[in-house]
Design a protein around this ligand. Structure first.
Ligand code: AMP
Ligand code: MG
Length: 398
C-alpha cells in the first residue's frame, strides 16, 4: 500500500493548473491570479494634500505667526490642478485635492485662523509636511500583484487603483458530490431502524464551499450496480472532479472501484497506508477526476482535507495547495500511535508565542461529534512512538 506522500505525488501528476479566465474585479477575492497586475499609474497620481489645510511656500511661513493672502478659490478633491502658488499666497486645499505647483507644505486648518481675506498660521511647517508626492507609493509599471497570489481584499484595492478589471484568474475546478449507501436517507427524513441520515453529502458541500470551490450535489445512490453505473457514466458532465462517499472498502456492497473501472476510469490508487481513510480511491477518465472517499464521516473529512483539498488547490493554481501545516506542542500525550500514518482530532490554541494542540478523545471514524469540534488534525507518522506531552507534532489546519 502506498503512503500519504506517495498518494499526494500521484495526485500532483494529474492536477495541472486550470486555464486562466477573466473575472470581474468585484468577484476576484479568494481567486488565484493568473497574470501579474502591473500599475498603469503612479500612486498617488498627482501631488496632493494629506490634510484639510493651506498649501504654502516654506519661505512665506518660516516663522510661527506668519500672515498670508488667501486665494479666493478653495481646491477640493476632484478639482483640476490649480494655478501655481504665488509668493505670499496660501491656497486652501482639502484632503485629496491636487496641490498648486510650488506648494512646499500644507498647514492643517486647525493651525490656521482666517482674518479678513488673510490667514494667520500658528506654526511654521516642516518641509514637505502633509504633502503626498506623485508616485511616492507606486510608480507606473510597478508589478503590484504576482501571478499565483490568492487575492486578499487589499489586493482588490490595488488592482482597482491600477485599472485592472477584469482580472485574469485561474479557473476554479467544479466539483460534483454524490453519496452512496442503501442505508442513507435525506436529512429531512426520519430514518427507519437500520437507516441513517446522509451527513457526508452536506459536509462535502460545506467543505467545498469553505474552500471557494463551486460544488453541486448528485444526490444519493444506492448500493446497486445500475445506480452506480449511471453515476459514473454521467461523471465529467459539468464537473472536473467527482467526489463520492462510501462503497470503496472491502465489504460485499463496496462496488464503486470495480464499476468505475468498467466505466472507463483508470484507478490511480486504491488504498493508502493511513488512519482513518485507508480505502480511499483516486481515479481519472480523460479530464475527469474521481475521489472515492470512505463513508465513515471522519474518514470522509480526513480524506477530503488530505487529498481532495490538495487536488482542488492545485487545479486552481494555488502554489501551496492543501491544508496549511504548523508545528505545535502536544498538550497531552497520545497513548497509541500505529503502523499506519494516523490523523487525530485536535484543538489548536495559542499559548503565548507558541501553538499548543490538545488531542480530542474519539470513539472512532464514525465519531463526527468529536471531529466537528476539532480545528486541526494531528499527524502521527507511520511506525512512530506514541508522542508524550510536550512533544512537537505536525498539525493540519482544518
Ligand atoms: P462505507 O464506506 O460505505 O462502507 O460506509 C462506512 C460507514 O459510513 C457506514 O457505517 C455507513 O453507514 C457510513 N456512511 C456512509 N455514507 C454515509 C453518509 N453519506 N453519511 C453518513 N454516514 C455514512
Ligand atoms: Mg456503504
Amino acid at each position: 500500500m502506498i503512503t500519504v506522500s506517495e498518494a499526494l505525488a500521484i495526485i500532483a501528476r494529474h492536477t495541472p493548473p486550470n486555464p486562466a479566465e477573466p473575472v470581474a474585479l468585484g468577484e476576484g477575492r479568494g481567486r488565484i491570479l493568473a497574470k501579474d497586475v502591473v500599475s498603469d499609474t503612479d500612486w498617488p497620481p498627482f501631488e496632493t494634500s494629506a490634510m484639510d489645510g493651506y498649501a504654502v511656500r516654506l519661505s512665506d511661513a518660516a516663522v510661527p505667526g506668519s500672515v498670508l493672502v488667501e486665494r479666493a478659490n478653495t481646491v477640493a478633491a476632484g478639482d483640476s490642478p490649480p494655478e501655481p502658488i504665488l509668493p505670499g499666497e496660501a491656497v486652501r486645499v482639502m484632503t485629496g485635492a491636487p496641490l498648486p505647483p510650488g506648494a512646499e507644505a500644507v498647514i492643517p486648518v486647525e493651525r490656521a485662523r482666517r482674518e479678513q481675506g488673510r490667514v494667520r498660521f500658528e506654526i511654521a511647517p516642516e518641509p514637505g509636511s502633509h504633502l503626498r508626492h506623485r508616485g511616492e507609493s507606486i510608480k507606473t509599471g510597478t508589478r503590484l500583484l504576482e501571478a499565483g497570489r490568492r487575492l486578499m481584499p487589499g489586493d482588490v484595492a490595488l488592482a482597482a487603483l491600477a485599472g485592472s478589471d477584469p482580472l485574469a484568474v485561474v479557473a476554479r475546478p467544479r466539483v460534483a458530490i454524490a453519496v452512496t449507501g442503501d442505508e442513507l436517507v435525506a436529512v429531512g427524513v426520519r430514518p427507519r431502524p437500520g437507516q441513517i441520515r446522509d451527513s457526508n453529502g452536506p459536509m462535502l458541500l460545506a467543505l467545498c464551499g469553505a474552500g471557494g470551490w463551486p460544488a453541486s450535489s448528485r444526490g444519493r445512490v444506492g448500493d446497486d450496480a445500475s445506480g452506480i453505473e449511471a453515476l459514473f457514466d454521467a461523471a465529467g458532465d459539468g464537473e472536473d472532479v467527482l467526489v463520492t462517499s462510501g462503497g470503496v472498502s472491502a465489504g460485499d456492497f463496496d462496488m464503486l472501484p470495480e464499476i468505475a473501472r468498467r466505466r472507463g476510469f483508470e484507478i490511480l490508487f486504491h488504498g493508502v497506508s493511513l488512519r482513518p481513510g485507508k480505502p480511499v480511491v483516486f481515479a481519472r477518465r480523460g479530464p475527469t477526476l474521481w475521489f472515492g472517499l470512505p463513508g465513515n464521516p471522519v474518514s470522509t473529512s480526513v480524506c477530503f482535507h488530505l487529498f481532495v483539498r490538495f487536488a482542488l488547490g492545485r487545479l486552481e493554481g494555488d502554489p501551496s495547495p492543501g491544508a496549511p501545516r504548523v508545528a505545535a506542542e502536544l498538550a497531552r500525550g497520545i497513548a497509541s500511535a500505529g503502523k499506519r500514518e494516523t490523523y487525530r482530532d485536535g484543538i489548536l490554541t495559542h499559548a503565548g508565542a507558541t501553538l499548543r494542540v490538545e488531542p480530542l478523545a474519539t470513539a472512532g471514524s464514525h465519531d463526527i461529534a468529536a471531529h466537528a469540534r476539532a480545528n486541526a488534525l494531528i499527524r502521527l507518522p507511520a511506525e512512530s512512538e506514541p508522542p508524550a506531552s510536550g512533544a512537537i507534532v505536525e498539525c493540519l489546519l482544518l
